[in-house]
Design a protein around this ligand. Structure first.
Ligand code: SF4
Length: 539
């Protein structure tokens, strides 16, 4: 049977372009291909035509089944696409899968989107394959575990499915059905800052922890059997070598919920990578307590090509870590960052700065933490990061027990002072963030040229300025919080914060122009000396 699998565009990723390869849908495609089906993939993220292009592709396709892979933010688009497809005369079986539909009551999705015929919950490989085969043969759907479906007017849930016991039995993801790697965001290599192609890869699935904002538990909650499964490290290294050879990947971003950071696995993985000729650099996400428990693994990982480790630090306030049920302390988080930095591996830390229960004191504690950690706080947007609620998580339930105001409503924050800080931070963002981004980009160019010119002093200045600029939103937030905790935050206070930030940006621009001008003059001098030398050698 012909099958079209659509990765629904995740707002606002439509405008961000293609961030990373959707591995889950490529695994589904590979599983179906292995069973003799004809599969195509529509990658919605970064697709210029958006939802119009998706509906057009669905109507033009000869698929007998169309699967929409969706998250909570992209779920509303499933209803729109399905309705427009049916209105256009489309007759394929319409199926939804992914994190959102797995977290909510499966039959409620069918009730919400009347054009959908079935919903696959949790890991989709086995359930989707059985559904395709039943649909192709005309058999009923009654025995397919992990499926909810429409039986006439009745909405039926067939009950949970047993998880795959081994990930090594799965075929490798059908990457050839995805857009080329060149269309996805690459990663920057240090110190040249050149961007290299990046592929996603998975060494494991599942996570035994229970962070209260994370949808991993709700994704698996309707499935039976051990959730945590880890691939053979040798097979992961072989896949990396293959993807480097066939698709040109130079960096691998592990998408595991929890990378298998344990002595035996890491040692075998490092050995297998050496055996495979070190096929590119890689990055993964790990828990701080795992890193602190096994600090000696960082050396072999760095030697094997690990360039960065991402940590879900979330907050510098113990009360927030407890609210998020992280089962971690601020001190352990700080120690993990220190250890990773000391190993020469770059740290990327994820943060949730704001949630409805945030207090000004918690914000101050988080900003102190970021200062003390001196880590790369992910992106310049860390200061603006706000909790997203995923259905089925404990924090969603706590939030849904109240009036559930829209995120733009002042009542979204329980503390009116935090709402005032949020609004003032928005004013700062409108006034300065575009210039912050431009300045960082400008200093990247200076840095690249300095590496080329081997001008170490200029390169050092560029590193210092990029670090400072990435922190400018944090600095603005810190000032807003200090005002709130002191004399009080008012319009004049916000204007002062913006004015001081703009002055920093102006100084950065002036220094950058000055350094670039001097570097260009030095290059011209060198060129002139070289040509003089050449001329006198010819005479
Ligand atoms: S946030 Fe990370 S550690 Fe916590 S439950 Fe989710 S995947 Fe596991």
């Amino acid at each position: 049977m012909r099958i079209l699998l659509a990765n629904m565009p995740t707002p606002p990723q439509e405008s961000f372009g293609r961030r990373s390869q959707p591995l889950g849908i490529a695994y589904l495609a590979a599983y179906l291909l292995e069973r003799g089906h004809d599969v195509e993939i529509f990658e919605g993220n970064g697709e210029a035509g958006g939802i119009d292009a998706l509906v057009e592709r669905c109507l033009a396709s000869r698929a007998g089944l169309i699967g929409f892979s969706t998250t909570t933010p992209s779920f509303p688009l499933v209803g729109q696409a399905a309705a427009r497809y049916r209105a256009g005369g489309g007759t394929a079986l319409l199926v939804a899968g992914g994190h959102h539909v797995s977290a909510v009551l499966p039959t409620s999705v069918l009730a919400e989107v009347p054009e959908l015929d079935a919903v696959v919950t949790g890991e989709g490989e086995q359930t989707l394959a059985e559904l395709v085969e039943a649909h192709a043969s005309g058999a009923g759907f009654a025995g397919i575990r992990g499926l909810s479906w429409r039986d006439g007017d009745e909405l039926v849930w067939n009950g949970s499915r047993k998880l795959l016991s081994s990930l090594d039995s799965l075929p490798l993801p059908a990457r050839h059905l995805l857009p080329p790697l060149s269309e996805y965001a690459g990663v920057r290599r240090w110190p040249t800052l050149d961007v290299v192609p990046c592929a996603t890869i998975a060494a494991s699935r599942g996570c035994p922890y229970r962070c209260s904002f994370c949808d991993i538990q709700s994704f698996y909650r309707r499935e039976d059997g051990p959730m945590r499964r880890v691939r053979r490290p040798e097979s992961v290294a072989e896949e990396m070598a293959l993807v480097q050879r066939d698709f040109g990947a130079e960096h691998f971003a592990f998408v595991d919920d929890l990378f298998p950071y344990a002595p035996g696995w890491v040692q075998r993985f490092s050995d297998a990578l050496t055996e495979a000729g070190r096929p590119g650099t890689f990055s993964f996400a790990a828990r701080a307590d795992h890193l602190v428990k096994h600090p000696t693994l960082l050396g072999p990982l760095a030697a094997a090509g690990c360039s960065s480790i991402e940590m879900g630090i979330e907050s510098g306030s113990q009360s927030v870590l407890d609210r998020y049920q992280k089962d971690l302390s601020v001190a352990v988080n700080l120690e993990a960052i220190r250890l990773v930095q000391a190993s020469g591996i770059r740290t990327i830390i994820d943060f949730i700065m704001f949630d409805p229960w945030t207090t000004p004191v918690e914000l101050a504690e988080s900003l102190d933490f970021l200062e003390a950690a001196k880590a790369d706080a992910g992106y310049p947007t860390t200061a603006y990061s706000r909790l997203t609620f995923y259905p089925g998580t404990p924090l969603y339930d706590r939030w849904a027990a109240g009036p559930m105001p829209h995120p733009d409503d002042p009542e979204w924050f329980g503390d009116p002072d935090v709402h005032r800080i949020w609004v003032a931070l928005g004013d700062f963002r409108d006034a300065a963030q575009r210039r912050v981004n431009e300045e960082i980009e400008g200093w990247r160019r200076v840095h690249r040229q300095a590496v080329h010119d081997q001008a170490e002093d200029v390169r050092g200045a560029a590193v210092r300025q990029m670090y400072r600029l990435r922190r400018l939103p944090h600095r603005a937030l810190r000032e807003l919080v200090s005002l709130t905790l002191g004399a009080g935050l008012d319009e004049a206070g916000t204007a002062g914060v913006i004015r001081r930030s703009v002055a920093v940006l102006d100084a950065s621009r002036d220094e950058r122009r000055d350094l670039s001008g001097r570097a260009a003059a030095t290059r011209a001098d060198v060129r002139e000396r070289d040509s003089d030398r050449l001329l006198s050698a010819c005479e």
